[in-house]
Design a binder for this molecule. Structure first.
Ligand SMILES: [Zn+2]
Length: 342
């Protein structure tokens, strides 16, 4: 990255109201067939323009072509029956009706590669593409075939690696794996979670990132956070293993969270996407608030390795709020960039 402190987002942005119901997760599409295909691309271009105007340097598709960051990927795989549903506890936090793994999982064709090629055509800026991580995928399904979370994770890791290689060939600069489950299942993270993640990223020449967070601002997450006490030290469990892993970038939550900033010390040497925007609140940060979070992070990460970012995706927020937050992020990063280069 040539720009110091290049801002980016964790991934998702709100969709336009003509494409899907605003401020709703898993919102059904309002368009169908060819109109939907066209509408998703138009929305992608708008999301890109919002980022460009806000001074976001590493841009994404805003996840405009997917309903959900995990489910949409799984929908494209064989071996998962979406009609056969079971209720499971997701991230040990809330019950959800999920599809069932009924046979060997495989990826008959690429999932996001055409979308990534389209994004690549629209911009010369660095682009980042988000995929779910293997453990988070496992945690969003009922498994009636492998009967082992680890075995299923390895199967997903192979599939993710196929997709990631094609995304890289399409011109993606950073491939990010979303692993919120890393903040919950610490024994599994250290037993096989990080290893499966490395398998998903194996052989890639582009940069690779892992995003670990405390989730969207939905009720189940805010209730969970109330139980975590005055210091959120969950990152402490996964960071030592990630520090020695092959992943290049760690994306984490900072602003308005109770994560002690000095935990970043545990991943010294890695690039760090520092969450300076709270996605669980509709209050728009000021650029100075963003700058203050970044200054604190600079105590624990070298400036050339600090990437200002959002705490998580912004899909459930209103477009007005999300756009305001994007602009605050871009402006806050610019303040600190000026201080560093003065
Ligand atoms: Zn997140």
């Amino acid at each position: 990255m040539t720009l110091l402190l290049p801002p980016s987002t964790a991934g998702s942005l709100p969709k336009p109201s003509w494409l899907a119901q605003p401020e709703t997760l898993w919102s059904p599409w309002k368009l169908h067939g060819e109109e939907l295909t066209q509408g998703k691309r138009d929305a992608l271009r708008l999301a890109l323009d919002d980022q460009r105007q806000a001074g976001i340097e590493i841009v994404s598709d805003g996840e405009q072509t997917r309903q959900h960051f995990v489910t949409t990927f799984i929908e494209h795989l064989d071996g998962v029956d979406f009609a056969q549903r079971e209720t499971v506890r997701i991230r040990d936090r809330y019950e959800a009706s999920v599809p069932t793994v009924v046979g060997r999982v495989s990826r008959p064709r690429s999932v996001f590669v055409e979308d990534a090629k389209f994004l690549r055509q629209q911009t010369t800026q660095p682009i980042k593409w988000a995929l779910p991580g293997p453990m988070t995928m496992v945690d969003t399904l009922f498994d009636a075939h492998y009967k082992s979370r680890e075995k299923l994770a390895w199967a997903f890791a192979e599939i993710l690696n196929q997709e990631a290689r094609e995304l890289e060939a399409a011109g993606v600069d950073i491939i990010q794996f979303d692993e919120p489950a890393f903040n919950v299942f610490f024994d599994e993270v250290n037993d096989w979670g990080v290893a499966a993640l490395e398998k998903a990223a194996e052989g890639l020449r582009c940069e690779t990132a892992v995003h670990i967070c405390y989730g969207y601002g939905i009720k189940a997450n805010t209730e969970w956070k109330k139980t975590l006490g005055s210091q959120w030290r969950q990152y402490e469990e996964a960071f030592p293993k990630l520090q020695t892993s092959s992943l290049d970038i760690i994306s984490l939550e900072c602003h308005n969270s109770r994560v002690p900033m000095d935990l970043i010390e545990l991943i010294r040497g890695k690039k760090v996407m520092v969450g300076a925007i709270d996605v669980a609140s509709s209050v728009i940060e000021t650029p100075e608030e963003v700058a203050e979070t970044l200054r604190k992070a600079l105590q624990f990460v070298d400036a050339d390795k600090l990437y200002p970012c959002t705490n998580c995706g912004m899909a459930p927020l209103s477009r007005e709020v999300a756009t305001g937050k994007l602009r605050a992020l871009g402006a806050g990063a610019a303040i600190v960039r000026r201080e560093l280069t003065a």
